[in-house]
Write a protein that binds this ligand. Structure first.
Ligand SMILES: [Zn+2]
Length: 312
């Protein structure tokens, strides 16, 4: 069951239970209007979000900000018909490309995540885009919208409320899951974490999972740095990607939670996807599916925090 949690006066997080593939949203209620951060994966979840919003306000939803172009964050943009939907130029291009491949994407979601409900969802291209940083003001409240660039996706955005010290991080920060630099940009992802840390925010709302603190963000960044350095050592010793995978196997942290970082590190070192015989490393979808499978096992045994060491 979801939770619509008031984080500060008129600022809410729509949080999902820790089932990996359902994403969170943010709601910021101003004097005249409402800003929503991210749409959701399916129509039923969005209906719940909209009814929670209507429980606390009848003001119009004027802006919907997409933190990135992955389906679970943009898939119900069309269910906010009054809102101007905003993302970066690059995020909009990515959404457009995804829309052109809608059929292929739908088929691969059905194949890799048969239990995941995408019904009533589809890609819709954003109305407005930006580069750099801009702020929306709701009276005295600043809602700062910051382009991070490539990291988790090809174009990530964080929404920060300086007076409430709340950051809506999209999937740059995931709680109970390791960072997923899916596009091969590990050093940029580390830089994004450092920016998040520089806010010294009270609350970090992740794209998935429970809300976190500065300490959670820091632990994840330090872990990511260690993994990146270790992958670099493997690379400098001349090890192939598959050999590096074997070197990481057997750690306290399951390989499924490290593979994305090792792969992204090798992509960053060489500028291309490494050759591999590892089936899980073939595509984004197989990578994410392997993370999901591991999480499912850990959630079943309630050992997520212990094993991933991400939630302390
Ligand atoms: Zn994502």
């Amino acid at each position: 069951m979801y939770e619509f949690r008031e984080l500060a006066k008129d600022v809410y997080a729509f949080l999902q239970p820790p089932l990996v593939w359902y994403s969170n949203a943010g709601v910021i209620v101003g004097d005249k209007d409402v800003i929503v951060v991210d749409s959701l994966a399916n129509a039923a979840m969005t209906k719940n979000l909209l009814s929670e919003i209507r429980r606390v306000t009848d003001k119009p939803i004027r802006f919907l900000i997409n933190t990135h172009s992955h389906a679970d964050h943009v898939y119900t943009n069309h269910l906010f018909p009054e809102a101007t939907v905003i993302t970066t130029h690059s995020g909009r291009e990515q959404t457009k490309a995804n829309l052109e491949l809608q059929g292929e994407h739908s088929a691969s979601y059905a194949k890799f995540f048969p239990e995941f409900d995408f019904s009533g969802g589809r890609y819709t291209v954003q109305d407005m885009c930006f580069r750099g940083t801009f702020s929306l003001y709701q009276g005295a409240r600043e809602v700062r919208v910051i382009e991070l660039g490539a990291g988790h996706s090809e174009s990530d955005v964080v929404v920060y409320l300086p007076s409430e010290k709340i950051a809506f991080c999209g999937d740059v920060f995931l709680k109970g899951m390791p960072p997923l630099p899916l596009e091969g940009h590990v050093s940029q992802t580390i830089a994004h974490y450092k920016l998040l840390e520089s806010f010294e925010a009270e609350v970090y709302v992740p794209g998935h999972g429970e809300a976190g603190t500065l300490a959670h963000v820091r632990v994840q960044r330090e872990q990511l740095e260690r993994q990146f350095e270790r992958a670099r050592e493997c690379f400098q010793k001349g090890m192939s990607y598959d050999e590096a995978l074997r070197a990481f196997a057997g750690d306290v942290i399951p390989l499924e939670f490290q593979r994305v970082v090792i792969l992204a590190s090798y992509c960053e070192f060489t500028g291309r996807h490494p050759e591999t015989k590892d089936p899980a490393s073939q595509s984004h979808m197989s990578l994410i599916q392997s993370v999901a499978d591991e999480l499912r096992v850990l959630l079943g045994t309630k050992e997520v925090d212990k094993k991933v060491a991400m939630s302390r």
